[in-house]
Design a protein around this ligand. Sequence first.
Ligand SMILES: Nc1ncnc2c1ncn2[C@@H]1O[C@H](COP(=O)(O)OP(=O)(O)O)[C@@H](O)[C@H]1O
Ligand SMILES: [Mg+2]
Length: 148
Amino acid sequence: MVKPWPPGAALSTVETTLQPRPEQVAAGRRFVRDVVTAWDQAGLADTASLLASEILTNAVRHARRPIALRLRLMPDEIITEVTDDYARPPRRLLPALEDEEGRGLTLVEALAHSWGTLPAGAGKIVWFTLMTATAPQPRWRNVSSGTD
Ligand SMILES: Nc1ncnc2c1ncn2[C@@H]1O[C@H](COP(=O)(O)OP(=O)(O)O)[C@@H](O)[C@H]1O
Ligand SMILES: [Mg+2]
């Protein structure tokens, strides 16, 4: 899907930095859950953390440098972005019933409102959106933590 980038003005943006290690995926899941809940969108927390988990699991497998996890609260959706330093874009596979791999992006395709990838620096961003159920009530100012 072609999406204008960067997206329009966000009501709030939060970001954290994760090291490219498998155990950091859980920290990313928690971050997504906490942010989405703080934005009064707790109903999206399970789906958002599940999909972020899949994309982060892929990112830690390919990245050599820290991974950025950013969420943007938009007027009618939340955008989750994962930036890694590996240039090759992801490609969604079409797993057969007996295949053990290739379901992460299939889940993203099934559950996200939209998703995509675009080059960023030496690597790329993989992003997905979920529609917000109720009008967002941002309480978080733009913040970032960790190192870039
Ligand atoms: N961050 C990424 N960088 C490069 N390639 C990726 C990335 N994420 C996914 N891919 C590619 O897309 C494929 C599909 O990803 P996914 O659906 O999560 O399945 P799986 O992780 O089980 O292979 C991966 O096998 C990989 O080749
Ligand atoms: Mg995967």
